[in-house]
Design a protein around this ligand. Structure first.
Ligand SMILES: Nc1ncnc2c1ncn2[C@@H]1O[C@H](COP(=O)(O)OP(=O)(O)OP(=O)(O)O)[C@@H](O)[C@H]1O
Ligand SMILES: O=C(O)C1=C[C@@H](O)[C@@H](O)[C@H](O)C1
Ligand SMILES: [Mg+2]
Length: 174
């Protein structure tokens, strides 16, 4: 990876952005950033707490500010938050500054992977399946509109996903 290039991972909760991002950065020997983690470090509280006190819009404002900072960096792998593509300015920042990989994943798999998790406030609902279906319908067109490359993470081990992304990334960068 040259200094002016970045890889940005987008996709729904549980699609594997954090897991795959970490492995991808290691393979490329570049720094890895996770937008959710950066927001937690900045505020000193976890994401559910931000949602509790500031609501989703408060969290989105913090997320947008963090993305403005992170997209100024060069030569990084970034795992974005699942909802980062909801704001147009965020989408434009991502498109302008990096190679965007959409980690696609079936609703079934997402439910399996997030079942025991307490860190995803949007899934704290009576019917998580319905919530994920709604998010999927709302967001899939936005992820696709941004993506330079998409890959299904529900049917492969993360190591294999990383290899595919590296191949696609190298093909466009020669
Ligand atoms: N390709 C894969 N195969 C099997 N399990 C996976 C794969 N990718 C991720 N997982 C598992 O799924 C869970 C969710 O993954 P991860 O936290 O990376 O998702 P995320 O996209 O970062 O979610 P969020 O948007 O909520 O931060 C983890 O337990 C992880 O180990
Ligand atoms: O899909 C979403 O809207 C979210 C996903 C997570 O990465 C966090 O950014 C937060 O829980 C919201
Ligand atoms: Mg994550």
């Amino acid at each position: 990876m040259t200094k002016s290039e970045n890889i940005y991972l987008v996709g729904l909760m549980g699609a594997g952005k954090t897991t795959i991002g970490r492995q991808l950065a290691k393979a490329l020997a570049v720094p890895f950033y996770d937008s959710d983690k950066a927001i937690e470090e900045r505020t000193g509280v976890d994401i559910p707490t931000i949602f509790e006190f500031e609501g989703e819009e408060g969290f989105r404002d913090r997320e947008q500010k963090m993305l403005q900072e992170l997209t100024k960096m060069q030569g990084i792998v970034l795992a974005t938050g699942g909802g980062v593509i909801l704001r147009e300015e965020n989408r434009n920042l991502l498109i302008k500054n990096g190679f965007i990989v959409y980690l696609q994943c079936s609703i079934e798999r997402i439910l399996e992977r997030t079942r025991r998790d307490t860190q995803r406030p949007l899934l704290k609902t009576e019917n998580p399946r319905e919530r994920i279906e709604t998010l999927f319908v709302q967001r899939e067109p936005l992820y696709l509109a941004c993506a330079d490359y998409k890959i299904d993470t529900g049917i492969m081990q993360s190591k294999e996903v990383v290899e595919h992304i590296l191949t696609a990334y190298r093909a466009i960068n020669h």
